[in-house]
Design a protein around this ligand. Sequence first.
Ligand SMILES: [Zn+2]
Length: 216
Amino acid sequence: MIEAARAGLPHDILLDEIIPARAAWDHAAQRGETLRIFDMEGNQAVDFLLYAADDDSERYSAQDTIAAQQNIFLRTGSVLMSNEGRPMARIAATTVAYHDTIGGACSCESNTLRYGHHTKSQHACVDNFLLANARHGRSKRDIVANINWFMNVPVEADGTLGIVDGISAPGLYVDLEFLMDVVIVISNCPQINNPCNGFNPTPVRVLIASGAGSRP
Ligand SMILES: [Zn+2]
């Protein structure tokens, strides 16, 4: 019997790792490979950036992705576009209704503004992005608007944004099929001041398979 975390993926698994709670992670992946992000304990936001492997001035663009698909939410079939208008990856499958790409990444600065000065020393996604990007020679100016897998940011009729209780659950996942060679940068979100992680950051599992992932 195939383990739930691998169900639907090709059998040739190139990588299978746990990203600890609050940690940064980065990895290179090739065109045609599939990344699965598996929410082990549920309601864990996974902040995510993508850079072209050949030239990292080309990177994920929330604006181009939203404009291309004429929708703000990421669902099965969504194509992640670069700032040069090229497709970088496609959501081959996801068991979560939708994912966010407008809520941004948490930082010490935004935490202090929103939740008070006592949060200044708390670890944040921007710290993780800086750490992971530094390994590739990138800096603050290379951090752009990101994806928040598993994060629920509903938009009200008047345009108001909320960061509310998650719609993910233990064992839900997203499969991304890469359409170019990329470098993946992840912050397993450490936020404890709003419900995006259920006030309890937890580990997530990442798997990379050679070849396309499951199809709904
Ligand atoms: Zn965060």
